[in-house]
Design a protein around this ligand. Sequence first.
Ligand code: SF4
Ligand code: SF4
Length: 171
Amino acid sequence: MAVYRGKYVLEGLATISPEMEKDLDTAYDICKSLDELPCEMCGRCCHQPNIIVRPEEVDRVATAAGVDLYTFMTQYVYQTSDGRILFNKSENGPCRFLGKDNRCTIWKDRPQICDDFPYLVSKLMSRVYLAVTNPDADILDLISYMDDTWPCTKEIKSRIVGLVEQARKDR
Ligand code: SF4
Ligand code: SF4
């Protein structure tokens, strides 16, 4: 199984060719450039249902939450049938760590997925990669899963077409 940058699993691939790695780097750079978008602190992303805590993050997040490991595992998270650990919350309700001012109360120790969100490099990157390498692909179709009523995703959609077009020219 091929793994890009030590953490992005490319399902169904055994290796990454140099040409593919170059295109993946392009897609990665586009996604990371979107990290610079200003956050309007609307709190929408902290109402998402599936907030994953990686096993290696459990101790850190439990400590930040100020609870022991048993309390964390039994009250703060639950495990899905496929082994993922998710924050325990109502489907569209706020994460329990979201403050009244829409700021994260465990910001420094939040799970990696929160750092990636809403840009979710692995998901967005796969779409950007497809668009960069397939001139006929429409990047806006490929990322139609993104909710553009959010301030940040609206901005991503306004920028991504130009970024993909430039990457195709530079390729
Ligand atoms: S949805 Fe976007 S703009 Fe709103 S808080 Fe999250 S990152 Fe910021
Ligand atoms: S841990 Fe913090 S950043 Fe992550 S969903 Fe909860 S409030 Fe938002």
